[in-house]
Design a protein around this ligand. Sequence first.
Ligand code: TLP
Length: 346
Amino acid sequence: MGYKGYSDFRSDTVTRPTEEMRKAMYEAEVGDDVLGDDPTVKELEELAAETLGKEAALFVPSGTMGNTIAVKLAAGEGKEIILEEHSHIYNYEAGNVSRIAGSLPRVLSSDHGIIPIEKIEENIHKSLRDHIPETKAIALENTHNFWGGVPIPIDYIKQVSEIAKKHNLHFHLDGARVFNAATALKVDVKEITKYFDSVMFCLSKGLSAPVGSVLVGKKDFIREARIVRKYLGGGMRQAGIIAAAGIISIKVMTKRLEEDHIRARRLAEGIADIKDIEIELDRVKTNFVMVKMKNTTSFDFLEKLKNYKVLALPFNDKLVRFVTHNDIDDKDVERAIDAIHSIFKN
Ligand code: TLP
């Protein structure tokens, strides 16, 4: 079932490929990428590595696979990885951190995605005795999905990277929306990624590609990652068809994210005065608006919202997420604002 005619704020994953992407996909030169001869995949991987300031890159089918491969190589079986308690890797990746990577997540609470530095350091375990699993890795998420798409500040990232270095830990970024973070922080994306050993970012979210994510890091790490991708069944043959869209994601779509952020802001401000809901306005910094229900449930609210042809995503019983993206324009935002006002009109 499609939602043609609806204003779809459920996620930026719903974005459809642009005309430019469709044309590039049609024209893409392709080959068998498992045999290493798809020129378009190679071009995407080289562009991704260069854009994020890393030695090499690997095109993967999803963000989940990119993160899973990274955890598997960075921590691995029986070793610990430090994660924030609401991180996507821990909560929304089907348990892959243990199911596939075989690692133990050491989950730490935070203030909107910021785990106190001392707490991180206290939770690093070296295998002094043979029954203690050793800490091997730490991951951050930027922007942080659960915490409302907030960008994690660079000086914090730098501090965590120093701890990681000091304790010889692999530092991974779940950067599904790292270009939104860079846009909000007004920096080149390298200013964020340079602190990490590996970064996963998604082409298929705000960057509008139909499929795919990229994992970047050192050459040796990516060589190993290619093997893990293969045994997970993620080796793709004439993948240049989809990589062609990813190239446009990086070259073109990364430059327009500010528009989405402005629209999210407009949406948040347009409904902030409604007394039946709660919004933390100062946390609306990228393309997410988290709306807390005071006197109803997310599910009741979303049922009503659907009657106005507006869709959003329930995060839990009380929390609803609206995401702006390339397929949301000013009219969609105004439609959502009017619909929400109508629903809560006494
Ligand atoms: N996030 C999706 C859902 O899973 C919630 C969304 O709509 O936001 N890291 C982060 C921070 C993500 O938000 C997501 C997807 C992923 C990883 C996984 O990417 P995919 O869906 O490509 O496996």
